[in-house]
Design a protein around this ligand. Structure first.
Ligand SMILES: *Cc1c(COP(=O)(O)O)cnc(C)c1O
Length: 223
């Protein structure tokens, strides 16, 4: 399937989920996660009208960035090793995986402008997942107050890979609740208006639960 066909189908699903939950489709951005695919397929995504691209490794990020550059808005969505920050920091628009102070320190040190960051939260409690524990999230964001190069635009989570829709929903709901709590604190560098949640298998649920950025890979750009 072409990216265009996949995108049309996904947009329809998003529209339905928006109707169901009384949301506006314009409040939702699709990030095409191109980590499994070639530069050519990423270019196809851009030519199909997609603006946001996401990668989860620095080498993949750089190879796509070097061919596409400013035609896309660039999201780093995966676990980010501290020593890799310098490779991507002057190219990235959003980092979705801020989950520890050592990483915040490195971003603060290396960036020469404000980087829009999502704090990653481990809402499922799975050992294998990265992210701050929900009960530590507010504390963590308060510790970032003096970081001039970090803006906490929102929170990010990954739901468990399961057929249990209620379990997925629970994760997304708890992220939304946390986001509202952080927003209410009115911390100048943490407006926290955005929610990065929902992947190929759960983006419809994510839309219903308030996602503003969907990170969609296989069902959008997969072949
Ligand atoms: C790979 C990845 C995605 C996209 O996964 P799909 O299931 O292919 O849609 C989304 N978010 C993160 C953090 C990823 O690593």
């Amino acid at each position: 399937m072409s990216v265009k066909e996949n995108l049309a189908r996904i947009q329809q699903e998003i529209e339905q989920a928006c109707k169901k939950s009384n949301r506006k489709i314009d409040d939702i951005q699709i990030i095409a996660v191109t980590k499994y695919v070639t530069v050519e397929r990423a270019i196809e995504a851009i030519n199909s009208g997609i603006l946001h691209l996401g990668e989860n490794r620095d080498d993949g990020f750089l190879s796509k960035y070097n061919s596409i550059g400013s035609k896309a808005v660039w999201h780093f969505i995966g676990t980010l090793q501290t020593r890799k920050v310098k490779n991507i920091i002057d190219k990235v628009d959003y980092i979705h995986s801020l989950d520890r102070i050592s990483l915040a320190n490195e971003i603060e040190k290396r960036a020469d402008r404000t980087i829009k960051c999502f704090v990653q939260v481990n809402t499922s409690g799975e050992q294998s997942k990265h992210g701050v524990a929900p009960e530590q999230c507010i504390d963590f964001i308060q510790q970032l107050k003096e970081y001039r190069h970090i803006e906490v635009v929102g929170l990010m989570t990954m739901a468990p890979f399961t057929d249990d829709e209620e379990e997925i929903r629970r994760c997304f709901r708890s992220l939304k609740q946390l986001q509202e709590q952080v927003k209410a604190l009115n911390i100048p560098n943490a407006p926290c208006t955005e929610l990065s949640m929902g992947m190929s298998n759960d983006y419809k649920i994510a839309v219903e639960e308030g996602a503003t950025y969907l990170r969609i890979g296989s069902s959008l750009v997969g072949t």
